[in-house]
Design a binder for this molecule. Sequence first.
Ligand SMILES: NC(=O)c1ccc[n+]([C@@H]2O[C@H](COP(=O)([O-])OP(=O)(O)OC[C@H]3O[C@@H](n4cnc5c(N)ncnc54)[C@H](OP(=O)(O)O)[C@@H]3O)[C@@H](O)[C@H]2O)c1
Length: 258
Amino acid sequence: MTLDLTGKTALVTGASRGIGRAVAEQLAASGARVALHHSGRSPEAAREQADALGGIAIAADLRDPRAAQGLWREAMEAMGRVDIVIANAGVFVEASPEADLDEWLEAWDTVLAVNLTSLAVLAKEAVAHWAERHAASGAEEIVGRLVTVSSRAAFRGDDPAFLSYAASKGGVVSLTKSIARGWGRRGVVAIGVAPGFVRTDMAAGSIEQDAAALDAQTSIGRIAEPEEVAPTVVFLASGLADHATGTTVDVNGASFVR
Ligand SMILES: NC(=O)c1ccc[n+]([C@@H]2O[C@H](COP(=O)([O-])OP(=O)(O)OC[C@H]3O[C@@H](n4cnc5c(N)ncnc54)[C@H](OP(=O)(O)O)[C@@H]3O)[C@@H](O)[C@H]2O)c1
């Protein structure tokens, strides 16, 4: 078995840090040309990171789902073709159920916009492109692969202050299934990855509160590093796992087995 992505182009959202960064690095190391998306908060660092991987950096603030369409168009313009989309960008925003409604809704809207609606817009653009390529080729082969990054929270649920996060990730899982079922005959594979706790900025607050408790949730005694989640993502995007389309793979150290 050889995992070789030479000649493939990939767009990774949220590639500036954490899991997305590790995925972009491993895709590039496997031969793919990569467009690294970031929010626009640190454009200089994103450019340097993309240069180091021989790729390109694209900024889009996904709190506005329309920016996801711009992101897709920019990636297409820069690379001419996108074979793989890793929909990974996400936020985790706390909102107490006792919070004032405006404050609660602000957190809800932000999380749903970044984690779900923008992902859906990007997926919608990608599958249209892949279906068109598939029809033009006249062949039966898979032309596009979408890997979504959801969370253990999609299946287990989350704490009361993170209802929006769990709901957004549940949406990502069902959207992934729907794309797999709806576009399989149009050259598209869609597979998800649902991590448990991973040592990134997103999890920093929880790790700071009680790292030992998070480690103890896993059967192997420690939470994952981003570099330990990325290989599953790259494998699922590689074409070696196309018959897994529609599923979401847990990468949570058996902290939640379903
Ligand atoms: N870490 C965990 O424990 C864990 C567990 C389960 C699932 N996940 C999921 O894994 C994915 C990656 O998480 P991570 O832990 O690697 O997070 P992270 O280290 O906090 O990185 C988040 C990424 O998303 C981007 N992003 C954040 N807000 C954005 C916005 N408004 N517009 C565009 N991009 C935005 C960030 O870009 P900037 O750098 O430009 O801000 C960054 O690249 C997320 O979907 C997360 O829900 C993480």
